[in-house]
Design a protein around this ligand. Sequence first.
Ligand code: SAM
Length: 301
Amino acid sequence: MRSEGDTWDITTSVGSTALFVAAARALEAQKPDRLSFDPYAELFCRAVGGAWADLLDGKLVDHDLKSTDFGGHFVNFQGARTRYFDAYFQRTADAGARQVVILAAGLDSRAYRLPWPDGTTVFELDRPQVLDFKREVLFRWGAKPRAERREIAVDLRDDWPRALQENGFDPAKPSAWIAEGLLIYLPAAAQEQLFTGIDNLACPGSHAAVEDGSPLPPEVFAAKVEEERAVVAAGDARPFFQLVYNEQCAPATEWFGAHGWTALGTPLVEYLDEVGRPVPEPDSEAGAMFMRNTLVSATKP
Ligand code: SAM
């Protein structure tokens, strides 16, 4: 279970979720009809090795990401999510934003992968050991960022707006923000602080993208945690429910709308349908997760 000030590296606790979504992106990249292409995701999995590499080589058939009821859908989800947010950054670059803030960057490789216009600075915020791992792997492979990249090793439950400005972020210039795969790992108060931090530092003409999720009813969540605890203790699964807070300060479209932004939410299941991927049955494990997920993009007029 989570606690105030808990920490992690790339293979433990919340850090390992960055590896999990990177592995899903690497599996999506292997498909002939992939929705998005992250060539760096594979490098991270191979750097960790073991099951993370075996998974990509088809040697692991009983991994979560290979299961038919959940894994296949989750890989589709990551392919679609990456495509949605890549398109968002194309729009924000076209609109003139030259400051990009990736909150909880994890193993997001957009600084290396997207064709940023000249003069773009990408700020990546995450816990120090996660950023260390990413930098070391990409350095080893000679990867070069396609924008000026600044790492900000910080806990997003702390005073990250100050750290961001100390590293050269200019609130007077338009910015494009992203919180992808993050909100579920923050308590409601830290979510509120995150949204407020974005709103305070984003001048008119700025953009924000958020992956939003509505919580489960508390008794359902408690039951899931209990059930998972036993399976994880037996070594048969990776924790998920034990890492998330199941809290929401407010739906992101409502929060940003109430603060003068124009926000548009696209339910994940609608987006999956739009990009031609199957929508899981609502009562399946993937369906129950996906139904609560919304991809949001917002602009500050
Ligand atoms: N955004 C990336 C992506 O979509 O590939 C990473 C998502 S991963 C599921 C969650 C990330 O959130 C991890 O990299 C983790 O370290 C980061 N994270 C969660 N809570 C955090 C906190 N309080 N401070 C800093 N980083 C945090």
